[in-house]
Design a protein around this ligand. Structure first.
Ligand code: SAM
Length: 189
């Protein structure tokens, strides 16, 4: 049982982050939360990489900055702003973008992602993705706003031209109660 490949969505996300091991990249964490995802990215990629992280919650920004203290010499910007404003902070092509949707675990459930804002940011990000660059999105359809969000964002993703993007969904079909799932988007040209 110790060698389970994909126990949950985190392993899937880690698999994709590891594709950038020791590479110099430009990455964005669109929902830093407690900082776990951005921490993994920073640990994995080359220290010359440029990494941005967004959140609208003060506590999330604080938690993330604390977690990343050991990387004070790396090129990391933690920005208290909505991910829909990413265009204000970067005009370079992105290699790796990650969204972990919903609300901060154990935090204020009212500060949650919403599909209109996420789609607005995705429009920008997908245009500014390098070829073979990827976007990883974790969805939480187990609660009602998360369910609506997953339906609306998937509608948007389903309309992306397959000549330009691969859109792959990882869903545990045999788990109960609408488990979290991951969608990975790769830019093809
Ligand atoms: C599930 S948590 C993220 C967990 C995080 N990735 C981690 O590793 O700990 C979702 C986060 O999205 C943030 N959020 C909600 N709306 C946002 C927006 N428009 N722009 C940026 N962050 C947002 C919330 O404040 C919350 O911290």
């Amino acid at each position: 049982m110790n060698n389970i490949l994909f126990k949950n969505t985190v392993e899937i996300t880690d698999h994709y982050i590891n594709l950038f091991k020791n590479k110099i990249i430009i990455a964005a964490d669109m929902t830093v939360g407690n900082g776990n995802d951005i921490y993994k990215i920073v640990k994995t990629v080359d220290k010359k990489s440029e990494i941005l992280g967004f959140d609208i919650s003060e506590i999330a920004i604080e938690n993330t900055k604390n977690l990343l203290k050991e990387f004070k010499n790396n090129n990391i910007q933690i920005i208290k702003d909505s991910h829909k404003n990413i265009f204000k902070y970067i005009n370079k092509k992105l290699d790796l973008v990650i969204y972990n949707l919903g609300y901060l675990p154990k935090g204020n459930k009212d500060i949650t992602t919403d599909y209109v804002t996420v789609i607005k940011s995705l429009e920008y990000v997908l245009n500014f993705l390098n070829i073979n660059g990827i976007v990883i999105i974790t969805f939480y359809p187990g609660h009602s706003s998360g369910k609506l969000e997953s339906i609306e964002i998937e509608k948007y993703l389903a309309d992306l031209n397959q000549k330009n993007y691969n859109v792959l969904k990882y869903y545990f079909v045999n788990q109960i109660n609408n488990p979290p799932y991951v969608v990975v988007i790769e830019r093809l040209n």
